[in-house]
Design a protein around this ligand. Structure first.
Ligand code: FAD
Ligand code: NAP
Length: 531
């Protein structure tokens, strides 16, 4: 056991942890990042499945604090692929000389607050022990892969992989019969790629998802130049926008325009691609009638892209409002079902009952497969935090405190756990935004808070229980006014058996949330106890 003492321990070396380290070093603090993977990148280190790329524009999916780099960096495509994003974060880490402060291949298993010393003790696997005044969880919202408990998986004789834990050396599906379980964003990106390589692909679909075309392609020189010129203004606009984006979001209901105008607007948004579509009207996620109009438009698009009308109907989501499961963004997803080597199997009516040595059994039918891809998602937002045994004042366990769902003040700190911060934690906008914008906002707020504490020699900061309760009531109240409740999603924990059904992110908008956080800080960290 080696004991090492720092001002700050940061758990996780994705975009959050890396920026947090940079801010801590800028404040003159000693900091160590502890990361389970063999290198940095988080999401973009683990998710190497075929077709993995961002679905917000590359030009906006990067740090804004590195103004030189944003002018220098060339993003070749409108949506950057995983390897390009990984290359970017690797470059940032080297450029800022941060690698020596990042300890990889080390998983944090315990974090305990010592009330006598006001310090955190962090224990890892392989076993080491660290102490620090501050403990910052940059553990990611989508970093704990969910592998459902399928009977017989251990008997399977082919290869299987989870999209969120993909081998670095890649997987060659040539000449193979492949099965993929799931039709969320990961599956929708990988299905066209796997279908193009494999001998045959069977897609096991429980719930069809809405997907909008990405219209990916190279970024032209002129567009890149214009974008770079406008960067300060675009970044500023994203910071105060509802979802951290630069697209226009008019405050107008879909019900307040004529059918012809609505059709034109939906068509224009469809042709712009990606999340623009959801911003066509301000009430698509609050008004069922408006949502039905958008749903009808997308259903017609799906039917026009898929040749077989039976398959097209299977692909049209009808059990949840558009956008209440995270919208997917695709390249040739629906067209892939027009290929002769692709089959779609409904596993809602008859679920997968087991994995057998040579494939997947659904009811009485065995689908013989040489390889299986589980695109079955993540234990989102709370999974990575609850995997660590975090103990606060009086030995209270995070796992107990959050047994009925997470409770947090601003999604950034938790009552009873002094000097512990969660980057993009539940109760903050995080996953409902371009996460780069939310990550930077949280990291900067936490760094300012720590700077304030260091300047005034404050030993501890922690939320007051009543401030936390009021915030959670607000988070839940706003969520209850949205259509999100009508859908079984990871936003609600519904994808993990036994997980409490609580809407996890804050729907109040990135811009509004920033104002709330800034006001809290301006009022001397209102709602927190500083000791
Ligand atoms: P992560 O990148 O998840 O990093 C967390 C790190 O913490 C991981 O490396 C993990 O290994 C480490 N860790 C966790 N627990 C421990 C522990 N106990 N000990 C040590 N290390 C630990 N967002 C967007 O805004 N736009 C997109 O287009 C987009 N695309 C995505 C595509 C995929 C496939 C996925 C899964 C997510 C996507 N996201 C997207 C969300 C994405 O997670 C965020 O944008 C962002 O990368 C999160 O960064 P992070 O540092 O907060 O978390
Ligand atoms: P996901 O959206 O949770 O999708 C998981 C899929 O697996 C769903 O279709 C789910 O069906 C299915 N599934 C789970 N358990 C199953 C079972 N037992 N039997 C059959 N099907 C089962 O996960 P994801 O696709 O990995 O995406 C997670 C999030 O990561 C996204 O929402 C997004 O935020 C982010 N992401 C972004 C991109 C991008 O485009 N940039 C790409 C990948 C991921 P049900 O719907 O019925 O539960």
């Amino acid at each position: 056991m080696q004991e090492t003492d720092f001002d700050v321990i940061i758990v996780g070396a994705g975009f959050s942890g890396v920026y947090m380290l940079h801010k801590c070093r800028s404040l003159g603090l000693s900091a160590r990042v502890i990361e389970a993977g063999t290198s940095v990148g988080g999401t973009w280190y683990w998710n190497r499945y075929p077709g993995a790329r961002c679905d917000v524009e590359s030009m906006t999916y990067s740090y804004s604090f590195l103004e030189d780099l944003e002018q220098e960096w060339h993003w070749p495509e409108r949506y950057a692929k995983q390897s390009e994003i990984l290359r970017y974060i690797d470059h940032v880490v080297d450029r800022l000389g941060m690698r020596k402060d990042i300890q990889t291949e080390t998983r944090v298993t315990e974090a305990t607050f010592n009330e006598a010393t006001n310090r955190w003790t962090v224990v890892t696997d392989p076993e080491e022990q660290f102490t620090a005044k501050y403990c910052i969880m940059a553990t990611g919202c989508l970093s704990t892969p969910n592998l459902p408990q399928f009977d017989g998986l251990e008997s399977y004789e082919g290869d299987w992989h989870h999209t969120g834990y993909w081998p670095k050396e890649g997987v060659d599906f040539s000449g193979k019969r492949v099965g993929i379980v799931g039709t969320g964003s990961s599956a929708i990106q990988s299905i066209p790629m796997i279908a193009a390589q494999a001998d045959h692909l069977t897609v096991f679909q429980r719930t069809p998802n809405f997907s909008i075309p990405a219209w990916n392609g190279p970024i032209g020189e002129d567009a890149e130049r214009e974008w770079k010129k406008a960067y300060p203004e675009l970044r500023a606009r994203a910071r105060v926008s509802p979802v951290g984006a630069t697209f226009e979001a008019p405050d107008i209901s879909a019900m307040d325009v004529s059918a012809e105008e609505r059709e034109r607007t939906f068509e224009r948004r469809w042709n712009e691609g990606s999340f623009n579509f959801l911003a066509a009207y301000s009430d698509l996620l609050t008004n069922k009638e408006s949502n039905v109009l958008a749903t009808d438009f997308v259903h017609r698009k799906i039917r026009s892209r898929v040749n077989d009308p039976v398959v097209a109907e299977m692909l049209c989501p009808k059990d949840h409002p558009l956008g209440t499961k995270r919208l997917c963004v695709d390249t040739d997803y629906y067209e892939t079902y027009n290929r002769d080597n692709v089959a779609l199997v409904d596993v809602k009516t008859t679920p997968i009952n087991s994995i057998v040595p040579d494939g997947i059994r659904v009811g009485d039918t065995v689908y013989p497969l040489d390889a299986i891809v589980f695109a079955t998602g993540f234990d989102a937002m709370t999974g990575a935090l609850l995997n660590i045994d975090i103990r606060g004042r009086g030995g209270i366990a995070f796992r107990d405190k959050w047994a009925d769902g997470p409770s947090s003040y601003l999604g950034v700190a938790v009552a009873g756990f002094p000097n512990l911060f969660t980057v993009t934690g539940p109760g903050s906008p995080s996953v409902l935004s371009n996460m780069m914008v939310s990550i930077e906002q949280h990291v900067e707020w936490i760094a300012d808070c720590i700077a304030h504490m260091e300047k005034d020699a404050v030993a501890t900061i922690e939320p007051k229980p009543e401030a936390e309760s009021t915030w959670m009531a607000h988070v839940n109240q706003l969520a209850s006014e949205m259509l999100y409740q009508e859908s079984n999603t990871w936003y609600l924990g519904a994808n993990i058996p036994g997980k409490p059904r609580v809407f996890l992110p804050y729907v109040g908008g990135v811009g509004h949330y920033r104002t709330v956080c800034d006001d809290v800080a301006a009022k001397g960290y209102e709602g927190f106890t500083l000791a």
